[in-house]
Structures are given as structure tokens and as C-alpha cells.
Design a protein around this ligand. Structure first.
Ligand code: CA
Length: 224
């Protein structure tokens, strides 16, 4: 899961980064509206935008308006000042999916983020089933026939991306984009290694990750 935070309050941004990273997401941070706008134009692999409205250089509402004007359906959670009902209403009118008024508990924010990203993937529960494999997006645990599988953070991330796109090709570049934050170096070779490890752990019964040579990977559909 990959998230973008646009927040100019460094202390709050650090808290958000820590919390969301510890729940396993790849999180990028920008501190002004113009940077947020640029990041959203060049990178379409985000699963959620957490957007402070009071941003320097471009107001959060303008960032949101421009995002929606480009036709993006990216889930957006806005952060507003506690007293500003007007801003909240405007934000929702401009196409935000949810809001949190400052100050808020990081625990509640985590829960909202889970709900929104789940909705973005078209699901209403935290559980993804794939044949005998079950993946709980909330708890980030995978099991096969009820037996928990021991996966590293990277392997979990990979599995999550593949499960979200079952039956579809996912390129190595897409995997790198989805798994890594800016400035993190992960080569295509490293992706091969992670896939290799993941395969050893999950390829049981009908579960299969197909390599499409030169193009990428695909978690094969299982016909029920
Ligand atoms: Ca602010």
C-alpha cells in the first residue's frame, strides 16, 4: 500500500509517517500544495492521499480540485482545523472521501485509512480470499488453510499488490512503484528475489504466481 501525505506541520507529519509506516505502508511526504500537485500528476500509483487543507504555495482545496479535474478517483482524506466546518463542507463538495478535524488520534486515523483504502480496492471487508489463501488487510496476516504464513514486510507488500490485481499482469516497475518510497533503492533484481521467496511460501495447491517473461508477474485466477 502506498500513501501520500501533504502536511506542512512537521511534527504532525512525522507522527503520521511513523504510525502509517509501522502499519506496513510505503509513505511519501510533501510539505506544500504545489509539491503535492506535482507528485500527484507524475505518480498514479498511490492508494490514498492524506491532505491538509491549510498548505503553503497551493491551498489543499485547490490540490483536490485539480486532482478531481484530471479525473482521478484516488481516495482522499482531508485534515482540517477543528473550528472550520466551512472548510470541511467545501472539502467534501470538492470530492474528498472523508475528513478528520485536528487534533485527532493517530489510532482513529489508521482505522479511517484502512477503511478508505479498502473502499478504493472495491472491498468492504478486510479479508481477501484467494483459493485456500486468506489475507487480512487490517491485521496484515496471511494464512493458507487456516495456517499462518510467516512473511517479511516486503513479501507481504508484494502479496498485497498481486492480490489486488488477481488475474492481471503487474510489471516489475509497477511493483517497485507500489512498494517503495521516494529515495528508496530497490532494483528489478531485488523484486525477483522477493517473488522467489514469496513463491516458496505461498505456492501450494492452486495458488500460482506466473512469470510473464520480460513483462512481469500475475497471480493466477482460481476458478471456484
Ligand atoms: Ca497546515
Amino acid at each position: 500500500m502506498r500513501l501520500l501525505i501533504a502536511e506542512d506541520d512537521q511534527v504532525l507529519a512525522d507522527g503520521l509517517l511513523r504510525t502509517l509506516r509501522s502499519s506496513g505502508a510505503a509513505v511519501d511526504h510533501v510539505a506544500d500544495g504545489a509539491q503535492a500537485d506535482a507528485a500527484l500528476m507524475t505518480n498514479t500509483e498511490f492508494d490514498l492521499l492524506i491532505l491538509d487543507l491549510g498548505l503553503p504555495r497551493m491551498h489543499g482545496l485547490e490540490v483536490l480540485r485539480r486532482l478531481r479535474a484530471r479525473g482521478s478517483k484516488l481516495p482522499v482524506l482531508i485534515l482540517t482545523a477543528a473550528d472550520s466546518i466551512e472548510e470541511r463542507v467545501k472539502g467534501l463538495d470538492f470530492g474528498a472521501d472523508d475528513y478528520m478535524a485536528k487534533p485527532f488520534s493517530l489510532q482513529e486515523l489508521e482505522a479511517r485509512v484502512r477503511a478508505l483504502t479498502r473502499r478504493g480496492m472495491g472491498g468492504t471487508t478486510n479479508l481477501i480470499k484467494h483459493g485456500p489463501l486468506e489475507y487480512d488487510q487490517g491485521g496484515r496476516v496471511a494464512s493458507i488453510e487456516g495456517k499462518m504464513i510467516d512473511l517479511s514486510a516486503r513479501e507481504l507488500g508484494l502479496l498485497e499488490v498481486l492480490l489486488q490485481r488477481t488475474g492481471r499482469l503487474v510489471s516489475k516497475d509497477q511493483l517497485v512503484e507500489r512498494l517503495c518510497e521516494w529515495g528508496e533503492e530497490v532494483s528489478n533484481n531485488a523484486i525477483e528475489v522477493y517473488i522467489h521467496r514469496l513463491r516458496k511460501k505461498i505456492e501450494k495447491g492452486p495458488i500460482r504466481i506466473v512469470t510473464v517473461r520480460g513483462l512481469g508477474y500475475c497471480l493466477e485466477k482460481i476458478n471456484a
